[in-house]
Design a protein around this ligand. Structure first.
Ligand code: UDP
Length: 487
C-alpha cells in the first residue's frame, strides 16, 4: 500500500480566470460549503490500483487539490499487487462488467483476489481512523474496503468507472462473484443510470466522468500555439504535406504580426482554413475508425460524382481533411490490437484509387506516448472543425467531452455514454448506427456544409460541459454523496 503525494498545482483562482468558467466556479464554492462543513473531522481515503495511467489517476490530483484548498481532508492510497494472477483476474472482472469473457469465476480466483487485498490491509488500518470515509475505485481494491470495515467504523463507497447497459449472463455472473463485497458497501457510484446492476439500484449515485479544464489536454491554446505544437511534434512535416500546406498558408497569413485580419477578409473561412474532421482514440476496433474512414471516402467520391464543382458545398467537401490519431503502438506494449488496427486502416486507404489518394486527404497519425501527447491532442482538437467519436461501444467518451469543452461540434454514435453526453441537434449530431456508412457519410457532409450550425453546436457544447462534465460539477456530486454517506 502506497500513499501518493499530490504535488501543488492549479488553484481555484486559476480556474476563475477562465471567463467561461467563472460563474460555475463561484457556484461550486458556494454550494460546496454545506457538504464540506458536514465532513469536518473526517478524512476521505481514495483507493485505486495505479498512480499513473488511466482516468482515475489523471483526475484525482486535480480533485484533491481543489478539495484540500477548501479544507477537506483527503488522501490517496494505491494498493500493491505483485501477482500476475491478480491482474489477470481483475482484467477478467473488468471485461465481464463490460459483458465479455466467459463469466466463469472460481474459488481459486477468490483466493487470489482476497490474498492480494489482505496484504494491503495492515497498512490501511494504520492510516485510516474510525469515522473516516473510504472510496474505492474499480474492482481491484474492492475486497479491501470490506475488510477495513470489519475492523473500523468507516463508511465505504465503491466507484465503478465501467458498465454495460443491459444485463447478460456474463454480467450477472460477475456481480454474483462480487456480491460478498458489495453486500458490505454503504453506497455505490456509477457513471450512468443504465450501468447500475439491479440489486444496487437504491444505494447508488450517478456521477458522470469529467474533465479538468486546466489540464494540458484541455487548457486554452491560441491558434498560433496549436500550430507551433503541431510543427514541433513533427505532425506538420514533409510527408504530411496536406497539413503542412494548410498551415503554411495560415502561418504566413496569421503569424508574422500575430493579427487575425484574415478573419475579416470576407472570404469563406472553410476555404481558408481547410476543414479538418478528427477522431482521436485508442486504435481499437470498437472505436469505429474503419467505418469513419469508409464514410469519409464515400462522402468525397459522392461529391465528385454528384456535386456541382462550382458550388461552395462542393469545394468545402473537396478541401476537407480527415485526421485519425491515436497512441503510437510502439509505446503501448500492452495493446497488441493497436498495430493490427492501424494496419487494417492503411489497407482500407490503399483500396482507394492511388491517383485519388492525396485528394481524399486522410491522415493516419500514430501520436506520441499517450502520457506525453496531451498537448498534441489539445492542439489537434482545437484546429479541427468537427470532432468525431464513432464508437461501436463506449462507456463514456471523454474525447467528446474534451471536444465540446473546446467549442467543437461533435459527431458521435449512439453508444450508451455518448448519447448521454451529446444532445442531438444541440451540441452536435448523434448518428444512430456507427456501422451505417451511408448515413455517417451524409451526416458528415451535412455538418460540413452547415458552418453556422457547427458554431452554434460548439457553443452549446461548451455550456453543456461547464454545467455537467467539469471537475466542479463532479466534485459537487462527490461532496453530496460523501456527506450523505458518512460513517
Ligand atoms: N487519448 C490521448 N492520446 C491518444 C488517444 C487518446 O491522450 O493518442 C486520450 C483522449 O484524449 C481521452 C482518453 O485518452 O482523454 C480516452 O478516453 P475515452 O473515454 O475517449 O476512451 P477510452 O480509451 O477510455 O476507451
Amino acid at each position: 500500500m502506497q500513499k501518493i503525494n499530490v504535488k501543488p498545482g492549479a488553484k481555484l483562482v486559476d480556474y476563475k480566470a477562465y471567463g467561461s468558467l467563472y460563474s460555475s466556479v463561484l457556484d461550486f464554492t458556494e454550494q460546496a460549503k454545506e457538504p464540506i462543513e458536514s465532513l469536518k473531522g473526517q478524512t476521505i481515503w481514495m483507493i485505486n490500483s495505479t498512480a499513473i495511467g488511466g482516468g482515475v489517476a489523471e483526475m484525482l490530483p486535480s480533485q484533491m487539490r481543489i478539495l484540500r484548498e477548501l479544507g477537506v481532508s483527503i488522501e490517496w492510497l494505491v494498493i500493491e499487487a505483485k501477482k500476475d494472477a491478480f491482474f489477470d483476474l481483475t482484467k477478467r472482472i473488468h471485461n465481464a462488467i463490460h459483458g465479455s469473457g466467459n463469466g466463469v469465476f472460481t474459488e481459486d480466483d477468490r483466493k487470489v483476489y482476497e490474498e492480494v487485498n489482505r496484504n494491503n490491509l495492515a497498512k490501511a488500518l494504520e492510516l485510516i481512523n474510525d469515522g473516516d470515509i473510504v472510496a474505492v475505485h474499480d474492482p481491484q481494491p474492492m475486497p479491501l474496503a470490506a475488510m477495513i470495515k470489519k475492523e473500523k467504523n468507516v463508511s465505504i463507497i465503491w466507484r465503478c468507472h465501467i458498465g454495460l447497459e443491459e444485463d447478460t449472463e456474463v454480467t450477472d455472473a460477475v456481480w454474483k462473484f462480487l456480491e460478498p463485497y458489495t453486500n458490505d458497501y454503504d453506497h455505490f457510484v456509477f457513471s450512468l443510470p443504465s450501468y447500475v446492476p439491479k440489486p444496487l439500484k437504491n444505494k447508488t449515485s450517478i456521477i458522470p466522468p469529467a474533465i479538468d479544464p486546466l489540464s494540458h489536454k484541455n487548457r486554452e491554446l491560441q491558434l498560433h500555439k496549436c500550430i507551433g505544437i503541431l510543427y514541433q511534434s513533427g505532425i506538420l512535416d514533409d510527408h504530411k504535406a496536406i497539413l503542412y500546406h494548410r498551415y503554411e498558408h495560415l502561418v504566413r497569413k496569421v503569424m508574422p504580426d500575430g493579427s487575425f485580419d484574415v478573419l475579416d477578409s470576407g472570404q469563406d473561412l472553410d476555404l481558408i482554413y481547410r476543414p479538418i474532421v478528427t477522431e482521436i482514440s485508442r486504435w481499437d476496433r470498437l472505436k469505429g475508425f474503419k467505418e469513419l474512414m469508409e464514410a469519409f471516402i464515400k462522402m468525397k467520391l459522392d461529391n465528385r460524382k454528384y456535386g456541382d464543382p462550382k458550388s461552395l458545398e462542393y469545394k468545402r467537401i473537396e478541401m476537407t481533411l480527415l485526421v485519425m490519431g491515436g497512441p503510437d503502438p510502439a509505446f503501448v506494449s500492452d495493446d497488441p490490437e493497436g498495430k493490427e488496427v492501424l494496419q487494417e486502416l492503411t489497407e482500407t486507404y490503399k483500396k482507394v484509387d492511388s491517383s485519388m489518394q492525396n485528394d481524399i486527404a486522410i491522415l493516419l497519425l500514430p501520436l506520441d506516448n499517450p502520457k506525453q501527447n496531451a498537448l498534441i491532442v489539445n492542439a489537434l482538437q482545437r484546429t479541427s472543425s468537427i470532432i468525431v467519436q464513432n464508437s461501436i461501444q463506449e462507456g463514456f467518451g471523454l474525447t467528446a467531452t474534451e471536444a465540446m469543452w473546446k467549442r467543437k461540434p461533435v459527431l458521435v454514435s449512439n453508444a450508451a455514454g455518448l448519447k448521454f453526453q451529446v444532445v442531438h441537434n444541440k451540441t452536435g449530431q448523434i448518428n444512430p448506427d456507427p456501422t451505417d456508412i451511408e448515413s455517417l457519410s451524409k451526416t458528415l457532409a451535412y455538418m460540413l456544409n452547415h458552418p453556422k450550425e457547427r458554431d452554434k453546436w460548439g457553443f452549446n457544447g461548451q455550456l453543456r460541459v461547464i454545467q455537467n462534465f467539469t471537475l466542479f460539477s463532479q466534485l459537487l456530486s462527490w461532496l453530496e454523496t460523501l456527506s450523505k454517506n458518512k460513517a
